[in-house]
Every structure is written in structure tokens, then in C-alpha cells.
Design a binder for this molecule. Structure first.
Ligand code: PMP
Length: 359
């Protein structure tokens, strides 16, 4: 605390991202990045852009990228907002749709950036405990005072909520905005994007960081009724006219266009996820059914933190959350088949399968 700090800065508790260690030989399975590089067309587009107009400002409205996203989802450009990673889009959404004095709700176990934005913007919030099986306590999200936000599939649990339940939450908050954070939806079943034309209070937020292999480029977007998008533009244009630079715009457009590459890499990740889940069960792990590019696992015998520490000693990084009731779980990002074979061989070196009791 410092006498020069504003009250917003004084009350905020900044988000701490997963460890970002850059080291040769490190197997990094802790921040849900895609193990595959972006489409070669992305690299080409960025290289071409480098030779064009870096001395000129980029487009403030980013129409060309918004149009490509709109086409992909069969929406109009006025239903699309783009930002510098979905974190920025989420932060703008908190400012645009939630406000001091009106309590919003989100699950107690979900993306830990939500309480950070809420504190920064002075928005009261209630964290709704998950059910014992980690599903959402549905009716607790009905008739909220200030609005609702949650990830689908949820993070870090990896559990998907079907659209029937999402619809119930939207319909039971007719005067409040419901934000569905679909960071991992491309590894899951159906997106709520199809509901955007029907519900004026639904905002779907997505990212290019996971399924489109662009965590390093920082591009996220929101899809919703044109008036919700207008609200986001009002916030953005009160902060920074150019949140996406020319390279990010060029790369993101190429990524949206290369649908074959996107389909192929997401399929590879989900195929890997399925065999890894089976192999982890064989050595005593239990898993929440995953609809994401990560697995949320618990070992029947060994403590999660001990496994995290032993893996780290062997240059494998997974994510451990020091928070009840998930402090005995690990979140493991899906890598390539080779990455996961290496992970399993490391686990096998200190988890002795013979001692596993099958229930
Ligand atoms: N939402 C959820 C649920 C996430 O896990 C993440 C990744 N940390 C994000 C949003 C933010 O992703 P990005 O800012 O890279 O688009």
C-alpha cells in the first residue's frame, strides 16, 4: 500500500498466471497452450505484414478480422468484438455489463481472473460452490442481482455444461448479462454461439490462444447482440483505440481462414487426450471427464503437490492449485503424443503401478 495509489489499485489483488519458465528441455504442461505451432499460413501472413505498414497505425475497428470471425460463426460483423486476448475482452465486459452495488455470481472453482476484475472495478461478487461432482449448482445462477459469468467447459475442472442448462441460466436472468467464457469450447461439444441471435443478454467470449495455437499473439473475441458489442466498443474506445497490432490482425485472420489446419490440430489434441486419460487411470489416477485440452486428475494414493514437485524435479511442469477443495488435484495440459509418452514414463518412474488397487 502506498499513499499515492488510487483506491482501485490499493484494493486489487492481481492475477498470477501459471509459471512461465523458458528453459531448454522443459516439458511445459501447465498453462493449456496448444502443443502445435500455428498454421503455416499464419506465419506467412505475419511475415508479409512485417514488410507492409508497421509505421502506420492498425485499423481501430478491425473490420477485416471481425468479418472473418462473423463468417465463420454465421453472424454479422456487428455481433463481433475483438481484443488483446480474451483476458482483455473479459475485463472490458466486466466494465461494460457489471457494476458496483449489484452482486454478480460465478462458480467458486473457475477462472481465477474473475475475482480480480471484480475487485478492480469494485463489483460485488458471490462465489457459488460447485456440487460434489464439480457440476454447477444451476439454480443458484438464476435471477441474479448483477449478472453471471462462468467458463464452459469450466476451468480448471474441464467439465462441460450442456446447452439446455446454459439456456436455463440465460432465460432466468432476463435483465442481466450472462457471459459464457468459451476458452476451451473447440475441444468440447456444442458452443453457445448458436444462441446469440436468440438472446440479447448472452455474451460468448472465445480466444485464439488455445485451439488456434496463438497464445503468443494475444487475440480474443466476444460474440453477442450488436448493442452488447457497442457497449464493449465504448469501453475499448475509452481506453485504447488500437488494442490489436498489425501483426496480430494479420495472423488472426489467417488462423480463422485455415479451417483444415484448425480441425486437424484440435482433433489431434482430443485424440491424445483420450488415450492419455486411459493410461492415467491404469496407474491410479481418477479423472473428471474432460471436454478441454487438459485433464483434471487426482491420484488415489499420492498427494497432488508431491506429484507436481517430483515432476518439476524432472523438468515437467503441470499446474497445482493451492485451494480447497481442489488442492489434491493436478491440471495437466495435453501435449503431443510424444510429450504425453514422456510424461507417463516420468510418472511411472515414481508411481508404482503394482500397488494400484482397482475399484
Ligand atoms: N478464460 C479461461 C477460462 C482461461 O483459462 C484463459 C486462459 N488462461 C482465458 C480466459 C484467457 O485466455 P487469453 O487471454 O489467452 O485469450
Amino acid at each position: 500500500m502506498n499513499k499515492f495509489w488510487s483506491s482501485a489499485v490499493s484494493r486489487t489483488e492481481p492475477y498470477v498466471p501459471g509459471e512461465q519458465i523458458e528453459m531448454d528441455g522443459l516439458l511445459k504442461l501447465n498453462t493449456n497452450e496448444n502443443p502445435y505451432p500455428p498454421s503455416p499460413e499464419v506465419t506467412e501472413a505475419i511475415q508479409a505484414e512485417l514488410k507492409r505498414k508497421l509505421h502506420r497505425y492498425p485499423s481501430p475497428s478491425v473490420d477485416s478480422l471481425r468479418k472473418k470471425i462473423a463468417n465463420y460463426y454465421h453472424l454479422d460483423s456487428e455481433q463481433v468484438f475483438v481484443g488483446n486476448g480474451s483476458d482483455e475482452v473479459l475485463a472490458f465486459s466486466f466494465m461494460a455489463f457489471f457494476e458496483p452495488g449489484k452482486t454478480i455470481r460465478f462458480p467458486s472453482i473457475s477462472y481465477s481472473f474473475y475475482p480480480v476484475y471484480a475487485k478492480l472495478f469494485d463489483i460485488p461478487y458471490e462465489e457459488i460452490p460447485l456440487n460434489r461432482d464439480f457440476s454447477l449448482a444451476m439454480d443458484k445462477f438464476f435471477q441474479t442481482d448483477g449478472g453471471v459469468i462462468f467458463p464452459n467447459p469450466n476451468a480448471p475442472t474441464s467439465l462441460y455444461l450442456d446447452l439446455k442448462h446454459i439456456t436455463d441460466i440465460i432465460e432466468n436472468n432476463p435483465n442481466r448479462v450472462v457471459i459464457i467464457d468459451e476458452a476451451y469450447i473447440d475441444f468440447a461439444k456444442e458452443s453457445a454461439v448458436g444462441l446469440v441471435n436468440k438472446y440479447e443478454n448472452l455474451l460468448v467470449v472465445q480466444t485464439m490462444s488455445k485451439s488456434r495455437s496463438l497464445a503468443g499473439l494475444r487475440v480474443g473475441f466476444a460474440l453477442g447482440h450488436p448493442e452488447l458489442i457497442e457497449a464493449l466498443n465504448r469501453v475499448k474506445n475509452s481506453f485504447n483505440s488500437y488494442t490489436l497490432d498489425r501483426l496480430a490482425i494479420a495472423g488472426a485472420e489467417a488462423a480463422m481462414m485455415d479451417v483444415n489446419y484448425f480441425n486437424e490440430t484440435t482433433r489431434k489434441v482430443t485424440n491424445t487426450r483420450e488415450w492419455v486419460a486411459e493410461d492415467l487411470k491404469k496407474i491410479g489416477f481418477s479423472l473428471i471427464p474432460s471436454d478441454t485440452n487438459f485433464l483434471f486428475v487426482q491420484h488415489y494414493k499420492m498427494d497432488a503437490f508431491d506429484i507436481y514437485a517430483k515432476l518439476k524435479e524432472q523438468n515437467v511442469l503441470v499446474r497445482h492449485f493451492n485451494k480447497a477443495p481442489i488442492d489434491n488435484y493436478l491440471r495437466i495440459t495435453i501435449g503431443t503424443d510424444d510429450d504425453m509418452t514422456l510424461l507417463l514414463s516420468k510418472l511411472n518412474s515414481f508411481i508404482h503401478t503394482k500397488s494400484v488397487v482397482r475399484h
